[in-house]
Design a protein around this ligand. Structure first.
Ligand SMILES: Nc1ncnc2c1ncn2[C@@H]1O[C@H](COP(=O)(O)OP(=O)(O)OP(=O)(O)O)[C@@H](O)[C@H]1O
Length: 786
């Protein structure tokens, strides 16, 4: 449709009316905010004038308290009103620029006339009017827009299903109040608009997809039945986008009972956090909590061990093939990430209920207050039906009592006498004042009594000195989780006797030896971090977070069954949304998305729902046709109909030519107006090499695991850090057969190539790797440079 069309004119006239109305409301609200702000200012200024302060009697104190509280409440109320109105004004300003993106005409069954419903990022109606000029995209009726082409349609409301006929579906792009594009859609929604949206160059960050959400994505966004929602979707199929829209939807659907700090998104790395952080604010919502699993591990284990991170583990796998322990390490990663190892640890925990617990003695100044064996005796003397963690709690109380008895006995020890001699006057008086406060019956006369005085001071000294002992007991330091984990590896019979259902891998003796060596060096390998933490928490009682109601895990294929089990324990009141693509699992372990389906087992099939996404929106048809040929089952991936140039495979014979050609491609991409390009490398070391070769000719940035911010421009990045993000143009640094030599790197390579939106250049020094050899020749252009 073009601007001369009478319908276009009609729509523009309506858009003008709506924007004018919104602007009027903004003006009115801004005045109101001004008034409330100055009222709050006045309250603050005259706060004490309005408060009667009198502390003479109990009644006066009470009155003072109430009058202060009244003033404070008044102030808080004004501040709240101001904040809410300001937030609403921000939302309205966005609406004034682009009030809506869709219109549906829906005729409800039994009605003669259809109602026109306009959809935008928030609802809007004029004050005093019942008519919604704009409906929030999350309102029940709005789902018609996403779910149906014109024809019979229905939508769910809290009070039941509403059926009828969708007579029109129209899409708009409105900017600055002007309609830029307008389409009526036929069969599927959004194709034309989606074309528009997808063909532009990338911003520095991810955007909301509110105007073009697809039907399958809408199922993810509005799903509020299942405890566990698993989304298995092809690269670029909109998993992350749908997850973020889902957060916005849930905040709307459960407004008043659900807030953004009750939702947590687990991201693959900190840079990804910054990449997605503007989507929710763009929709006028506050961001959920964003974190990484690594952050959590560091927080919990960082004091006890030097914990290897996921990237160092991956770098090891990719670069240290010649290492003496390489095979052992690979076997360790595979086994320790499996459900079999989880079962082994669970069997170990069960066995500890009857025997084998390890404790550390409670000591003070080199003397044992309670020995490890006495603790064990107490522990196993307790009723065996009590859970491990509860028994440990009881032992804790018992130990504190033992320390109390010990404290009494210590008062007459020589060291106490000695300490007393060294006490200066201030310490002395302070100790006395403290004791006096504690024991109100203490009188001056008692203090004069030398014997009593000595006794009291001795008590104070012993008490202070024993504080750290009690603190250690309270944090359960007497439970030797490290020793227990070590023993599982050090005692060859133990693991074998526990692993009855799932046999140990044949490399177990070597794995066990490696783990013991690491623990003795104060180190914990990444594959041991979560299992160790799991054992520790199950023994000591999980520190759970009951506030969180929704946990979203992106790139779930890179999690182990352990980590997922862990998150389930950690957030006992949360629903989980797990999004992933098994073709993008980059670690050496089996992916949870395929290995015996541990994801479904987590909450059981009744509470679990799977949604599959097969359409890829990120890349052009040509790029999808090229990349999908690299993976098994790739033919199921459907490209969205958007064309671009064919990917290029460029073969060079030396690094010098490689760097020159990469430089030329990059210059061309920038000339063509691409805003972001990435030279994707296999490892951190290769990234450094590429960066060193390119940095003096081009404005490139090197991305490392510490890079916090996603920015546009050109970057050099290892493949595993490019997970989840996208670039207008991607250049694979060196896809030669000696670089990507192993079958196990297929998915890493695929992940790297699928980051490209519009252009993909794959370089290879010498013969290209096997993954390229398998791709049909007609899907790419081959260039050779001598
Ligand atoms: N319905 C949609 N409308 C417009 N753009 C979309 C839609 N769905 C996805 N996209 C775009 O496709 C690109 C890929 O989306 P997203 O990153 O969410 O996919 P993903 O499945 O998480 O990808 P990956 O697994 O490869 O990281 C993004 O640019 C996103 O904006």
């Amino acid at each position: 449709m073009d601007q001369a069309d009478p319908q276009w004119k009609e729509e523009q006239a309506r858009a003008d009316r709506v924007t004018e109305s919104i602007k009027r409301t903004i003006g009115r609200l801004e005045n109101e905010i001004g008034a409330v702000r100055s009222e709050a200012h006045e309250i603050r200024k005259h706060f004490w004038d309005e408060v009667t302060v009198n502390f003479s009697t109990f009644d006066d104190i009470q009155e003072t308290y109430f009058s202060m509280k009244q003033q404070a409440d008044l102030l808080a109320e004004r501040e709240r009103t101001e904040r809410h109105s300001a937030e609403y004004v921000d939302k309205l300003k966005r609406l004034a620029d682009s009030p809506y993106f869709g219109r549906i005409d829906f005729r409800e069954q039994g009605e003669r006339k259809a109602e026109s419903i306009y959809l935008g990022i928030a609802s809007y109606r004029e004050e005093g009017s019942d008519e919604f000029l704009v409906y929030d995209w999350r309102a029940p009726v709005s789902s018609l827009y996403y779910d149906y082409p014109p024809g019979p349609a229905e939508y769910e409301t809290p009070s039941g299903v509403v059926s009828g006929e969708l007579e029109l579906k129209r899409q708009f792009i409105i900017k600055g109040g002007r309609i830029r594009y307008m389409f009526d859609t036929g069969v599927t929604i959004g194709d034309e608009l989606l074309q528009q949206v997808l063909s532009r160059t990338s911003d520095s960050a991810m955007r909301s997809i509110v105007a073009t959400i697809q039907r399958e994505q809408n199922r993810i966004i509005r799903n509020d039945r299942s405890r566990m929602l698993i989304v298995q979707g092809a690269a670029g199929s909109g998993k992350t986008s749908a997850a973020l829209q889902r957060v916005a939807y849930l905040l709307y659907r459960y407004r008043g009972t659900l807030s953004s700090d009750q939702m947590v998104l687990f991201s693959p790395n900190p840079m990804f956090n910054s990449y997605v952080s503007s989507v929710l604010p763009e929709l006028g919502e506050a961001n959920m909590i964003q974190t990484t699993f690594q952050d959590y591990l560091e927080l919990r284990l960082g004091k006890q061990f030097r914990v290897e991170d996921a990237y160092d583990q991956l770098e090891y796998v990719l670069t240290r093939e010649g290492d003496a322990c390489y095979k052992t390490r690979l076997a360790a990663i595979r086994f320790k990430s499996s459900s079999g190892y989880l079962a082994l640890i669970q069997a170990y925990l069960r066995s500890l209920e009857t025997s084998g617990m390890m404790f550390r003695p409670v000591k003070f100044r080199g003397r044992t207050i309670v020995s490890a064996s006495a603790i064990a005796e107490k522990f196993y003397g307790l009723d065996r039906s009590i859970r491990l963690a509860n028994r440990i709690e009881l032992v804790k109380e018992w130990l504190l009592e033992q320390v109390k008895a010990f404290e009494q006995a210590q008062k007459s020890e020589a060291w106490v006498e000695e300490e007393m001699q060294y006490m200066n006057r201030t310490d002395y008086q302070r100790a006395y004042a403290k004791l006096r406060a504690k024991r109100r019956h203490l009188t001056r006369a008692t203090f004069d009594d030398a014997e009593a005085e000595r006794d009291l001071l001795a008590e104070a000294i012993v008490n202070t000195e024993l504080k750290p002992v009690r603190a250690r007991i309270r944090v359960l330091r007497f439970v030797d989780a490290k020793g227990l984990y070590r023993r599982l590896h050090a005692d060859p019979d133990l693991a074998a006797s526990l692993a009855q259902d799932a046999p140990l891998p044949e490399e177990w003796p070597a794995i066990a030896e490696l783990t013991v060596r690491m623990i003795d060096e104060g180190r914990l390998l990444y594959e041991d971090a979560t299992p160790f933490l799991y054992l520790n928490e199950r023994l000591k009682g999980f520190r759970v977070n009951t506030n969180v109601r929704h946990v979203l895990i992106d790139e779930v294929q890179d999690y182990t069954p352990f980590q997922l089990e862990f998150l389930k324990w950690l957030f006992p009141r949360a629903r989980m949304t797990a999004l992933g693509d098994m073709n993008q699992s980059i670690h050496a372990q089996d992916s949870v998305l395929e290995e015996g389906d541990p994801l479904t087992r987590l909450y059981g099939p009744e509470q679990t729902e799977w949604i599959r996404l097969t359409r890829s929106y990120r890349s052009t048809r040509e790029i999808v046709e090229f990349t999908r040929a690299m993976i098994e089952g790739g033919s199921e991936i459907e490209p969205f109909n958007r064309s671009g140039e064919k990917p290029s495979v460029l073969i060079v014979h030396d690094k010098e030519t490689l760097h020159r050609r990469i430089g030329e491609s990059l210059e061309r991409f920038m000339r063509e107006g691409y805003e972001s390009a990435a030279v994707i490398c296999r490892t951190a070391a290769e990234s450094e090499e590429a960066y060193a070769a390119l940095a003096d000719k081009l404005p490139v940035r090197l991305v490392t695991k510490h890079t916090p911010q996603f920015e546009k421009g050109i970057c050099v990045i290892p493949a595993y850090l490019a997970k989840g993000v996208e670039f207008d143009a991607v250049l694979i640094y060196n896809a030669s057969e000696d670089v990507y030599a192993r079958e196990s790197e297929r998915r890493l390579f695929y992940t790297a190539c699928t980051r490209a939106m519009h252009a993909l250049h794959v370089f290879a020094v010498g013969r290209p790797c096997r993954f390229l050899a398998e791709v049909p020749a007609e899907t790419y252009r081959l260039e050779q440079f001598v």
